[in-house]
Design a protein around this ligand. Structure first.
Ligand SMILES: Nc1nc2c(ncn2[C@@H]2O[C@H](COP(=O)(O)OP(=O)(O)OP(=O)(O)O)[C@@H](O)[C@H]2O)c(=O)[nH]1
Ligand SMILES: [Mg+2]
Length: 272
């Protein structure tokens, strides 16, 4: 990703991941609402092969672990449980920054099959950041017990991403989840998450800001999603953009005039 050393926050965490003794072929983020079984999925996939790591600058501890599948060494990062990625808390900010700026090879969202509607909010937000999203529909045993039926194929079709039903506590569906991760990262499978379309005036504003963001980051991060956050007046994203830009290697530096604009005006939102 072209980031230099001497980092803080997410970058220090990423450097720590990269320096681990086992070289990862792919880094996978595990996100989800609180109490949906993320750690149970994480433990089921990685077994005892895991450690915890601090997120420097925040009192957030993340678990990271590895597993081998089809000769690929996969590193899994268990993110804090969040209801959204709007950075209203340290947990939300850590999850958002890892998914948006950490450039994971795929993000698995673990959702509670017994209350899918509430969980889909986060799924849609992650889908807006990355097409490499997989929905792990956990607690499917509980849903069955409550006589909740979910049409997996229809859900996959509506969302445009793989949907894997699991009962992680008894390891049901984890083999399929490993395969879905493998196909998303290394296979020919291409996800096509259904795009969120906003009202016309918002779309016009997004387009204007997005062009500037694209110029700065040259395709490294999702410029549409960043444009949306800037429109939202999210100041934490501006700081993270600065951090990211400062850590891009000199050869990767964007056009200096545009870079200066972010440094000076601090907010794209005020320029729309
Ligand atoms: N019945 C059933 N219980 C499960 C399943 N997966 C996890 N659980 C249980 O759900 C509870 C919460 O699981 P965790 O893995 O700690 O959930 P989490 O998402 O990591 O929770 P936070 O980190 O606190 O957000 C535990 O009691 C698990 O044993 C499942 O598929 N079926
Ligand atoms: Mg947990």
């Amino acid at each position: 990703m072209g980031l230099t050393a001497k980092s803080t926050g997410i970058y220090a965490f990423l450097e720590d991941l990269n320096q681990s003794s086992v070289k990862a072929d792919a880094i996978i983020a595990l996100a989800g609402n609180p109490n949906t079984g993320k750690s149970t999925v994480f433990n089921g996939l990685t077994g005892l092969n895991q450690h915890t790591g601090n997120w420097p600058g925040k009192t957030v501890v993340l678990a990271k672990g590895n597993y081998l599948y089809r000769h690929k060494n996969i590193t899994l990062v268990d993110l804090p449980g969040t209801y959204s990625l709007l950075a209203n808390s340290a947990d939300e900010q850590v999850a958002r920054d890892f998914i948006c700026f950490g450039d994971p090879d795929a993000t698995v969202v673990v959702a509670d099959a017994t209350c899918l509607e509430r969980n889909l909010n986060l799924v849609l937000q992650v889908m807006e950041i990355t097409p490499k999203t997989i929905l792990c529909l956990n607690l499917i045993d509980e849903a069955k017990r409550k006589k909740i039926e979910i049409d997996i194929a229809a859900l996959e079709n509506i969302l445009g991403i793989p949907v894997i039903p699991t009962a992680a506590r008894d390891k049901t569906g984890l083999k399929e989840l490993r395969e879905a991760i493998h196909q998303t990262v290394f296979g020919k499978r291409c996800n096509h998450p259904k795009p969120m379309v906003y009202s016309e005036n918002i779309e016009v504003a997004i387009e204007k800001i997005q062009a500037e963001v694209e110029n700065l980051f040259q395709g490294r991060i999702n410029s549409r999603w960043v444009a949306l956050r800037l429109l939202d007046g999210d100041t934490t994203i501006i700081q993270e953009m600065r951090n990211y830009l400062q850590r891009m290697e000199p050869k990767d530096q964007p056009v200096s005039e545009t870079y200066k604009e972010v440094e000076c005006c601090g907010s794209f939102g005020s320029r729309v």
